[in-house]
Design a protein around this ligand. Sequence first.
Ligand SMILES: [Zn+2]
Length: 240
Amino acid sequence: MNCREAQALLGAYVDGELDLVRSLDAEAHVRECPACSAALERLHALHTAVSCHAPYYDAPPELHRKLAARLESKEQWPRVWWPALAAACLLAALVLWTRAPSGLRPASSAIERDVVAAHVRSLLATHLMDVPSSDRHTVKPWFAGKLDFAPEVQDLSAQGFTLAGGRLDYIDGRTVAALVYQRRLHTINVFTWPANRADTSPSVESLQGFHVVHWVRHGMEWWAVSDLAGDELAELARLL
Ligand SMILES: [Zn+2]
């Protein structure tokens, strides 16, 4: 990667929008290149300044309700009230720019983005595990006193999912348990925390080149994320 390529990616890098491979490429270049490193510093400073100081406006409840109703029915699109849509785009841009919690997006997709971001962060930051161990009798007690719930930790090495360890992470505004499994060369992050909704069966989605499986079981939220194939990740979801 040369400077021109690196600098074209830095904005997306700072916003956490690059896939893992391009993030790693960009980081490798920045480590070696003082000019791009300085450019990245400036972007970080700008990003922080905007996040801290840019004004943030909530949509009035009435506009919010109307837009939500419109967005729910795709067949309504041709009759969308354009000024409202323009206002929504502006608000969405502000919301995304300031990284404020967004009421315009459904909660699950915001969490899904959190989950993928946490996965990428864990791979980039050499902070994959606080407690590296394949022994669930080591991993499970490690969480005691660090969380207000006890995550279920299983060793699934017989089924091809090797427990590698655990750590704390931060998803959807709360501290959660992150369990790390390995399958062949793939790293899987499994996030869990108490749910406040009914059980759901595992559903597979993909986001930013990763597969994400989400389910609710026995009062616990579960999210698994990896570059592993979706059906293999769904198999892990059934086993957990
Ligand atoms: Zn450079």
